[in-house]
Design a protein around this ligand. Structure first.
Ligand code: AMP
Length: 574
């Protein structure tokens, strides 16, 4: 555990929005900071009002909220005033379609301005905005639109084709609005004034589906009050300042894109850069140079890809505008932090959160010395406990379940129509009986209070920073006519953190060759999602199962990695 610590200079400490996380943690209370947001009345707040409207009626009115580049290089920019007006027009349009408070409005778009306007519009109406990553295929779309009983889907002509095969099975889906069809052509005829719904802090604002070990993805629902934590974490962890140009490379199909590309960011008045183009190292550096990006928030896989690409490419660009770099979503290896310090003169700052936590929980702050490999320290007010399966607190440097006392405003409110599953996220601490939120991750805390990620406590896969449930992939695999059954694991990978590996039992008489592997892999890619398909397939005669018939992924993983397979007492004969 002895690590080379990266100390911070006194000037970076003095200029940071938060200059001592330990001191702040001692007396922290949200009460003091909720005043920095706009409340309509006691307990009444609307996240969209705080992200956009507040700015449109202030000196920030003509400030650029969104710099946008399409994948063909088309450049646009929208001020806070313009985002306010566009989102108001969409809110009117949706209202005319019959959308009411609490209705689910789903958005399935690549990163285009209408995605951002529509998201804000849904919140202004008091509807529940759901976003879906544009790589999703028919099965993934169906699972989400069906379970949420979505009323409206905002998409485009190309992506809407993925709905064709499942649309008739979605009786609640009343309207499919196309940004390159009638909707796009007409919403701008609506009034630019709209009265934002005076929602309660507890009202549903947005939902995101996420994967666990078993079953279909769960709809994680967040309330309007989540913006309190998103605003404050964007300020103290991402260190956003009013005049900053900020670039978050995440997609709003995932929680980072919502919390830190839209809500927390705009609530701080920063300008956001959004690019629809795919990852390309030279283009990424060009964006930083051209927009003079000050704060860059990305993911370890992307940084590893930049590091792998070339050690000199970055020196061809002027990256001197950069002030703070942060990353999230998967472990950030120490080598990459050192590389970034050499390449950019700045280290990447790792931080940790989940779809369910709605905002950053543990972080490396601009003012905190970095212990490379650690996720940093808990956000002020967040109480972390590392416990054993019975809920006993473990001493420093002992690996256990990473849990939080459920006391922060962006903790998920519920899982859409799955109350029992929601309850399963909580346990009681021993002996105090204090309620704990259980992350599903394993970690330890060192003697200085830094938290170190160890791994998942379940079979959930993180590939290139994206969360994938093995059950979803297994279900997609067995839908292939030649597949009898399948077991899926995350296999460690230097670049992507993990890749999806599938062990597949074929129908009798089917020949398992390379061509068949490719065919099956493409089948999952097309039906489930462009990012959640197995990059590796191994044909096997049989899968290890418990006596009750459950596939033991733990054993597949141990075998794959050449590790001891552990307790096999529940294993059927294999
Ligand atoms: P998601 O809900 O998709 O954001 O995924 C959350 C999961 O990503 C966590 O439960 C962790 O397993 C993983 N994760 C997020 N941030 C980090 C990090 N900084 N280091 C390691 N794992 C992380």
């Amino acid at each position: 555990m002895s690590q080379k610590i990266l100390e911070k200079s006194s000037s970076s400490i003095a200029h940071a929005n938060l200059n001592n996380v330990d001191d702040m943690g001692k007396h922290f209370s949200y009460d003091r900071y909720v005043q920095e947001l706009v409340w309509f009345d006691h307990g009444k707040i609307n996240a969209a009002y705080n992200a956009v409207t507040k700015n449109a009626y202030s000196a920030r009115r003509n400030k650029v909220a969104l710099y946008y580049e399409s994948d063909e290089g088309l450049k646009e920019k929208y001020t806070f005033q313009e985002v306010e007006e566009r989102s108001n027009q969409i809110a009117h349009y949706l209202k005319k379609m019959g959308v009411e408070k609490g209705d689910r409005v789903f958005i399935f778009l690549p990163r285009v301005p209408e995605l951002y306007f529509s998201f804000i519009a849904a919140l202004k109406l008091g509807a529940v905005a759901g976003t879906m990553f544009s790589a999703f295929g028919p099965q993934a779309l169906f699972d989400r639109l069906d379970q949420s009983d979505a009323h409206v889907l905002i998409t485009n002509k190309e992506l809407s084709q993925r709905l064709d095969s499942v649309r008739r099975k979605l009786p609640h889906l009343q309207h499919v609005l196309l940004t390159d069809g009638n909707f796009g052509a007409h919403y701008q005829n609506e009034s630019k004034d709209f009265t934002c719904a005076r929602t309660n802090e507890d009202d549903d604002a947005f939902m995101l589906y996420t994967s666990g070990t078993t079953g279909k993805p769960k709809g994680v629902v967040h309330g309007h009050r989540a913006i309190v934590h998103q605003y404050l974490t964007a300020k103290w962890v991402l260190d956003l300042k009013e005049d900053d140009v900020y670039w978050c490379t995440a997609d709003p199909g995932w929680v980072t894109g919502i919390a830190y590309e839209i809500l927390g960011t705009w609530a701080n008045g920063a300008s956001t850069v959004v690019t629809a183009a795919r990852f390309d190292p030279a283009d990424w550096y060009r964006i930083i140079q051209e927009y003079k990006v000050n704060v860059w928030y990305s993911a370890p896989t992307a940084v590893r890809m930049l590091a792998a690409q070339s050690d000199t490419l970055h020196s061809k660009y002027n990256l001197s505008s950069l002030r703070h770099l942060a990353s999230v979503g998967e472990p950030l290896n120490p080598e990459i932090i050192h590389w970034s310090k050499r390449a950019y003169g700045l280290p990447f700052h790792d931080n940790y959160f989940q779809t369910e936590t709605g905002g950053i929980m543990i972080a490396n702050y601009p003012s905190l010395p970095i212990k490379p490999g650690s996720m940093g320290k808990p956000f002020p007010g967040i109480k972390v406990h590392i416990v054993d399966p019975e809920g006993n607190a473990l001493p420093p440097n002992s690996i256990g379940r990473l849990t939080f006392e459920p006391n922060w405003p962006s903790l998920m409110k519920k899982l859409w129509r799955r109350p029992h599953k929601y309850d399963s996220y909580f346990m009681k601490m021993c002996p105090s009986r204090k309620k704990l939120y259980v992350t599903g991750d394993l970690a330890y805390i060192d003697e200085d209070g830094y938290v170190w990620f160890v791994g998942r406590d379940d079979d959930v896969i993180k590939t290139a920073g994206e969360r994938v449930g093995p059950f979803e992939v297994e279900s997609a695999l067995v839908a292939h006519p030649d597949v009898v059954e399948a077991g899926v694991i995350g296999k460690p990978d230097e670049l992507r953190g993990q890749i999806i590996k599938a062990f597949v039992v074929l129908q009798e008489g089917v020949w398992g060759n390379e061509k068949k592997k490719e065919e099956i892999s493409q089948f999952v890619k097309k039906n489930l999602a462009g990012h959640a398909y197995p990059r590796e397939i191994e044909f096997v005669d049989k899968l290890p199962k418990t006596r009750s018939g459950k596939i033991m992924r733990r054993i597949l993983k141990a075998q794959e990695m050449g590790l001891p397979i552990g307790d096999t007492s529940t294993l059927e004969e294999y």
